[in-house]
Design a protein around this ligand. Sequence first.
Ligand code: URA
Length: 435
Amino acid sequence: MRMYDLILKKRNGGALSGDEIGFMVKGYVKGEIPDYQMAAMMMAVYFRGMNEEETLALTMEMAHSGDMLDLSGIHGLKVDKHSTGGVGDKTSLALAPMVAACGIPVAKMSGRGLGHTGGTIDKLESFEGFCTAMDTKRFKEQVNRIGIAIMGQTASLAPADKLLYALRDVTATVDNMSLIASSIMSKKLAAGADAIVLDVKTGSGAFMKEEADAFALAKEMVAIGNGAGRKTVGIVTNMDEPLGYAVGNALEVIEAIETLKGNGPQDFLTLCLTLGSHMIVKGGKAETLKEAEDMLKEAIADGRALEKMAEFIEAQGGSREWVYDTSYFKKAEYEEEILSEEEGYVSRIVCDEIGICSLILGGGRETKESVIDLSVGLILHKKIGDPVRKGESLATMYGNDRAKMLAAKERFLKAYSFSGKEVERPLMIKGVVGA
Ligand code: URA
């Protein structure tokens, strides 16, 4: 087999066989296929696409390019959740203890990530002493003991995807549906869960700006998951405004804790209950979504979800008191209200821009080497549909650098649009694929 022939085949619109995809991925990881040939292949795929069989074969090859986590030693059905990401997305922080409190074992690998804020792992490090580096033996032992563990993604998880993604990133070949779906799902399959619930976000703060694209991506990922023998469902959700009110690492952790205390923002709670219900049904702990939702609400109401969070934080080196008293979290030095210069109903928020404000304040990584300031960020006071008077606060901004705060404020004000007429609040759940 020659890589040249495979590139030619794809360039001319042919479909690659499983063996050909295997040859290509294995050869690339071993360094036998050079970047320039793989780059040409990615561009050919970008223009010609891949069918369902090819996409599944590519995903399986990438998943098997490193360690496949074996979670069989953990009792019960393991259900993982994945979000395609957005602004203020602190879902795992609340959802993991919620479902764990309902008897679903949570054995989750999470990443750090480049972006407006850190990933779940960074956010969790807002708890002083919290540690996500652990071996898989301790990881499984903790899940069997308390029902929940979150560890950092290891370098041996789908290394082929790591190499391919880095190449796609610099060759304008990231935004192809099959390549995105196989990239995400290779890591999910390697992480070992029996079932997967996908939160596919759409809107101005999401990777998929158009709703139709988000549904198409959800469909591809659900097909891959089911094709690989993992029960998979995709929920398409709103990201036309930040999720909840908090954007910024420690601020988001506090909002997640408040949600477990029963004081969460409505949109965020709706999302957690929806994803959580699907996880509980897929995990075999409830027959219907309604029954599962009631279980989750009960776990919040009687304090079990919050206590599960405290157990989890303590098991990984943090202090459980922080969950019960959030004043322990490190605060930014300065706090400033962003006052509205206009009035009316909030009609639009360019959600990405709010994320960039958090990045400017120091809450996210611009490069892999950047150090995140966990204390900075924003608490929004107004979201789409809310009435606003001139001079009223749109958000409180937390920062440690006055110049950065000024730049963030200017950007923030430009992200809001207003209407003289009442505006409908956006629907959180847009649809479900593969239920
Ligand atoms: N996230 C991933 O993990 N992979 C992609 O290709 C795009 C987004």
